[in-house]
Every structure is written in C-alpha cells, then in structure tokens.
Ligand binder design. Structure first.
Ligand code: ADP
Ligand code: MG
Length: 438
C-alpha cells in the first residue's frame, strides 16, 4: 500500500483543469469572464484551429498589479472574495481562483498585463503551469492572454475533443451569447484573420442580435419586461413567426451570468403554449435578476448551471411575463393588419435558411404555388403577428410609424371588441387560423 500524501500544486492544478477546462470554449469563457470582471469595455478574442493551436484575448480592463501577477496563476488565488460569506453576495463572474492556474496547467501561456496603478507592464510565460520567464514590458493598461497548444500535455483530453470545426463553432457560440448579454461591451471575435463578430458596445441589445443572428431576427423581437417581489425579467423574445427547430437562439442571464437552465427554457416555452407548432422553439435574450441569496451559481466548477430556491414560483413568474407580452402584442397587432390586396402567394418554408420562421407570406407573383391569401408589402404573417419595427441605430423600441398608426386605429374600435370583424379563410397545420379583414 502506498503512503497517503498531499498532492503537489502542479498535480492539483491538472486535476482542477479537468473540471474547469474541458474545451477551448471553456478557456474562452473563463478568460472573457475575467475581462468582464476587470470592467473592460472592449474585449477582443481570436483563435486558431478551433482554439487548440492558439486562443488570444485582449482586454482594456484594470489589469493585474505587478506584484500579483505570479499569484494570479496560483490555485485559489482570487481578488474577488475573501470569505465564504462573500459567496452569498458575489457580484463578479469569477470567485473560485481556479481558471488561470487550470488553463496554465494544460497549455503554454503568455500573459502581458498592466494595471491602472502601474506605469509599466509585466510579461509572464508559463508551461504546464510552471512560470518559465517573467519580465517588465511596455504595455497599455489591460490584459492580454495567449493560450497556445491547449492540452499539449494531456493527450487524453485532446482526444476527447470534437473536430476543429465543431470546437470553433462551440467557441463562437459562447462568445456570441456572451456579447448578447453584455451589449455595453464591444466584442470582436476572429477565427485566424476572419472576423466573425464585431459588436459596438453601445448598449443596444437589438443591434447585437442583428449582428449575431441577422436583421430578420432582430426585427422579430418583442421587448419584454416584468417584475414581482422576488424577480425581475427583462429583454427580448421572438414573435410567433420567428421560430427554430432547436433552442440555440435562447440566451438567458441570471444576475448578469450566462446560464444554461432547463427551467428557464421550459418556462419561456410554456408562455408560448399553443402558439407555436410542435418542435419549433422561440428565440430570446432574457435577463433574470434575483436576490443572490435565492440562487446558487456554485453548482459546478464551470458555473454554467444555476440552482433556484423557489423553482415553481419562478417558473410561473416567467411563464406569466412571456404570455402577457405575447398577448399584448398579438391583440395589438390585429389593429396593425393592413388591407389585403390582390396578388400574392402563401409559401410554406420549413427550412432554417429563412429566418421568417415556419410560415411566411411572400410576394411572389410568378409562383404557381397555391393561392390562399394575400398580404401587401410585408412578407410575413404580419397581420397576425406581433411585430416590432427595428432600425439599426435606433433603440429598436421606439414606436414605429406603423405602431402609431395602429394606436390611432385602436381608438377607433370599441375597446370591448378589440378585434375587427374577420373572415376566416382557412387553417394551417392545426395551428394557425388564417383570417382576413377589410
Ligand atoms: P477568479 O476569476 O475566480 O478570481 P482566476 O484564476 O480566473 O480566478 O483569476 C485570478 C485573479 O487574477 C482574479 O481574481 C483577478 O484578480 C486576476 N485577473 C485574471 N484575469 C484578469 C484580467 N483579465 N484583468 C484583470 N485581472 C485579472
Ligand atoms: Mg476567473
């Protein structure tokens, strides 16, 4: 039998790396979170070979003071909490002091950083977690971290990874979602020299949605806002014509932290109940705020999961806010329906390529597809759909001409009968009732 002994720090960092650093995307997640915690307003991320050859992150945050650079790479070294009590009210994304030593343990890492309080920067090189060089360098305030040859010393982990393309996609997916929940920070993402994302950082969420997912998606978004005693929910949800076959376009933050949560997804979808065909999912960017004492983010070292203290109550709250938002918009938009003109076709589009969703009316005069109904100009189910006009540069939530017009018309109709007389002309997929009005 071997004697019991305490593991040396290199070994413990390797073990911790197994949990914190699973893929190139998890490296990016940790480093971007550090940049956000350092109050950066600009974060640039580039990578090569799906992040396996190189990941480079440059931020303009407050930097690491000269005397603490080496310490930052030691396990459980953090500037973010001091005692376990602080965990109850932690406001930063990091607090475990594990990311830098874990990443360094499984790569060759270079860090150049200069603190706001120093007039010179520091450059440190680590290999497999051991510092091999440290020197003073000229640098601007902020931090640059270059992670090369990830998992070079843990071949088993490397084999566990997916293809380079899949890892690149995972990494881009993560950065996109992070930029969506941090519209006030400018993110640049590049694969080799190809720019994948470049957000302005001016606080406009719809603009980020437009840049990440395209204008059609941004146009389909409805502003949402609601609060009760314990929670507040804010952001955007897609209208019922913009749907997808998966949940990739659902982004949730809880107290500013990007989370994956079955509960939040299901509550969102419950709010759409019966409004979406089976197998179709809405998109969203939603921010949940809650008393930190009601949630536990320390569920997993990577902190992507979250536990809520009162799940049923939270579920109902989200479902209600979503349903109310849709109800308000759906009803409202009946007034927006414009006169039906004479020539157009209804086209059914199941493909993901069309960001209009499952059904769209297309003005396609040469088509010989069945003629069901006609809608002028707007190529969508706009007569029945909630719709927010979006123009880049604006906040996207100002009232469009259409909405003002609709409000005038709303006055015209008796508030007891908010829906003008409709003639039902058919039903589609046992989901939509097609109707037209004068
Ligand atoms: P944690 O984020 O949990 O504190 P990390 O290992 O990620 O642990 O980072 C250790 C410490 O290094 C942080 O607490 C912070 O003080 C410092 N640090 C890391 N990255 C940055 C950065 N980009 N800018 C400024 N300080 C940083
Ligand atoms: Mg961290």
């Amino acid at each position: 039998m071997s004697p019991i002994r305490i593991l040396d720090p290199f070994t413990t960092n390797q073990i911790a790396a197994g949990e914190v650093v699973e893929t190139p995307a998890s490296v990016v997640k940790e480093l971007v979170e550090n940049a956000l915690d350092a109050e950066s307003s600009q974060i640039s991320i580039s990578f090569k070979k799906g992040g396996l050859e190189e990941i480079r992150i440059i931020d303009n945050g407050y930097g690491i003071v000269k005397s603490e650079v080496e310490l930052a790479f030691q396990r459980h070294a953090t500037s973010k909490i001091y005692t376990a009590d602080d965990l109850l009210s932690v406001k930063t994304l990091g607090f475990r002091g594990e990311a830098l030593p874990s990443i360094a343990a499984v790569s060759r890492l270079e860090c150049i950083t200069r603190s706001r309080n120093d007039d010179v920067g520091t450059r440190i090189l680590l290999e497999g977690g051991r510092a091999i060089a440290k020197e003073e360098v000229g640098a601007t305030v902020g931090t640059e971290i270059r992670v090369c040859e990830l998992f070079y010393n843990t071949p088993a982990r490397r084999r566990f990874l997916q293809s380079i393309a899949a890892e690149a996609a995972r990494l881009s997916f993560l950065v996109t979602k992070t930029s969506l929940i941090n519209p006030a920070v400018s993110f640049v993402l590049a694969n080799e020299n190809r720019k994948l994302l470049d957000t302005r950082g001016d606080g406009d969420t719809l603009m980020v949605i437009s840049q990440a997912y395209g204008r059609e998606c941004a146009r389909a978004m409805l502003p949402l806002s609601g609060a009760d005693d314990d929670y507040s929910l804010e952001g955007f949800i897609s209208n019922t014509s913009w749907t997808k076959t998966n949940r990739r376009f659902q982004t949730f933050s809880v107290n500013g932290r990007l989370v994956k949560s079955r509960l939040l997804q299901e509550a969102l979808e419950e709010g759409y109940r019966s409004l979406l065909p089976k197998g179709r999912f809405p998109g969203c960017v939603l921010h949940l705020k809650a008393d930190p004492r009601k949630i536990d983010v320390n569920v997993h070292p990577a902190k992507t999961g979250v536990r809520f203290s009162n799940e049923k109550e939270l579920f109902n709250f989200i479902e209600d806010v979503v349903r109310q938002t849709l109800q308000k918009r759906l009803k409202f938009n009946f007034f927006k329906s414009r006169p039906v003109s004479s020539r157009a076709t209804l086209e059914e589009k199941e493909t993901e390529k069309t960001s209009q969703g499952i059904i769209s009316f297309e003005k396609n005069e040469s088509s010989d597809r069945p003629f069901y109904a006609q809608v002028d100009e707007k190529p969508s189910l706009s007569a029945l759909e909630p719709h927010t006009e979006y123009s880049p540069g604006g906040t996207g939530v100002e009232k469009s001409i259409n909405e003002q017009d609709a409000e005038k018309r709303a006055d015209y109709y008796d508030s007891e009968t908010p829906i003008p007389p409709l003639t039902i002309i058919g039903q589609l997929f046992q989901t939509y009732i097609l109707a037209q009005t004068e």
